[in-house]
Design a protein around this ligand. Structure first.
Ligand code: ZN
Length: 487
């Protein structure tokens, strides 16, 4: 029976859904003001693993993962201006154009990582009415106050009736010392009060009418409003990265309790973070590597490109609650490991059955299930698959035999656990990778021909190659020693 670690109780608990056979699951999705980086891949893959496993267990899962496209105020945002609005203003775009552009790119990255799309992907900007209604409920219950057109959660009042900080294990004093000076601080009764609704300042281009001001919802509000809209006042699982535990999820709990009188979430699950050479990913370290850069190998910290499946395997090789440290060596090792699994899988598909087995396939299925039931222990599942790869290779090398029943069982378990649950594309991933290499080779070849044409002052040919590649969507840049291109 599936056990998952509940961040709230700080222990593993048997998973019991609220409604027999059904699971409601909400995961905080990306903020779409830039390309997805390695830090986005981890929660996406962690909760994809859970989504896949719950479905394997026979549950009908409603998986909601939101798109944050308004009012995402961060501590380090310039004067608190919404990042999408800022980007749109600087580039003279319609804000929804920016949102759509990065949402499309996020979807493409997720598809490459073989992350299944959620059942519902609501946008915060499409749920302003629900968010206003949620703020109003909190106002009606007396846990919020209006100040200069903005609405703030009255945390002191709330904390008298409900335990504030229970998810992250903080108390109000800790929170006071942690709260940095932010925009709007002077409007609040206490520094730890957080915005439910913000009055828009003149430079904001994304704003909506509300009973309090022309403005936009506080960041935490969207998940409370959309989670309860699509999953109900109580639902099973809420997930996200550990960095969201405070203040985001703590604030969500407070909003639910204040509005509804109870928690909405039964199991809180958090994936641990990815560090890069031991350091947190952060602007100040200049170590944000986008997924695109991993796939193309064009970031100064990368020694080579890494395929989306290598990234997926790299992440699944660690338990989701452990930290993962990125390095080139670690990814090269993951690439090799994935190569060995792929080879074993392809050999398995070619094996011929004999009358009896001389290799031991053990109870592979039970061991894989036991590992997954133990709080999604993907690294243990992977180690069981490696064990079984040894048996496969023995038979493949002619040093052993396998019976038809054992062979069928082995194929079925690999299909279920490696492909369907871990989501590793062991059948065609490498071919696709080889296709990518060939395609890159062809583009390089054309651009080298162009370089030669330029040297021979054959401008007609040089322009023709450039124009036709540009028409196909390539961006070509001439550099000191040749060229750079991207699609
Ligand atoms: Zn959220």
């Amino acid at each position: 029976m599936l056990q998952i670690y509940n961040t709230l109780s700080r222990q593993k608990e048997y998973f019991r859904p609220l409604h027999e056979g059904h699971v409601g699951m909400y995961v905080c999705g990306p903020t779409v003001y830039g390309d997805a980086h390695l830090g986005h891949a981890r929660p996406a893959i962690t909760f994809d693993l859970l989504y896949r496993y719950l479905q394997h267990l026979g549950y009908k899962v409603r998986y909601v993962r939101n798109i944050t496209d308004v009012g995402h105020l961060e501590h380090d945002a310039d004067e608190g201006e919404d990042k999408i609005a800022k980007k749109a203003r600087l580039e003279q775009l319609e804000p929804m154009e920016v949102v759509q552009y990065f949402t499309n790119r996020y979807h493409r990255d997720m598809e490459l990582l073989n992350v299944l799309p959620p059942s519902i992907e609501p946008h915060a900007s499409g749920h302003i009415i629900e968010q206003i209604a949620f703020v109003q409920k909190i106002m009606d219950k007396g846990y919020a106050y209006v100040s200069n057109g903005s609405v703030y959660m009255d945390v002191e009042k709330y904390a008298k009736d409900y335990p504030y900080g229970k998810l992250s294990g903080r108390n109000l004093e800790d929170i006071v010392t942690e709260t940095r000076e932010l925009d709007g601080q002077q409007e609040k009764k206490h520094s730890y009060d957080f915005a439910l609704w913000k009055k828009a300042s003149p430079e904001h281009i994304m704003h909506w009418p509300s009973p309090w001001s022309e403005g936009f919802p506080g960041w935490h509000m969207e998940c409370s409003a959309m989670g309860t809209k699509y999953l109900g006042a109580e639902f099973d699982i809420h997930g996200g990265g550990m960095d969201l535990m405070f203040p985001h999820h703590e604030a969500e709990i407070a909003q639910s309790c204040a509005a509804l009188g109870h928690d909405s979430v039964h199991y809180w699950m958090h994936n641990n973070m990815i560090t890069i050479a031991g350091k947190k990913m952060g602007k100040s370290y200049n170590n944000f590597i986008t997924l695109e850069q991993f796939f193309a190998g064009n970031h100064e910290l990368l020694e080579q490109p890494f395929s989306p499946m290598t990234i997926r395997f790299f992440i699944l090789q660690a338990h989701y609650r452990s930290t993962v440290d990125f390095s080139n060596d670690a990814l090269v090792a993951a690439e090799k490991g994935l190569g060995r699994l792929t080879e074993a899988y392809q050999r398995l598909m070619k094996l011929q059955a004999s009358a009896t087995s001389t290799v031991e396939i053990g109870n592979l299925r039970e061991r894989c299930q036991e590992a997954m039931d133990d709080d999604l222990n993907s690294p243990i599942v992977i180690s069981h698959l490696f064990d079984s790869a040894r048996a496969i290779n023995t038979v493949f090398d002619g040093k052993g035999t396998i019976s038809e029943a054992d062979l069928n069982e082995l194929r079925a378990v690999w299909k279920t656990y490696a492909m369907d649950i871990l989501g590793l594309q062991l059948d065609g991933a490498q071919d696709a990778g080889a296709g990518m290499d060939a395609y890159k080779g062809v583009v390089d070849m054309l651009l080298n021909m162009r370089l030669e044409a330029k040297r021979n002052k054959d401008w007609a040919t040089s322009d023709k190659i450039r124009n036709e590649l540009t028409a196909l969507g390539f961006t070509i840049k001439d550099t000191k020693d040749g060229f750079e291109w991207s699609l």
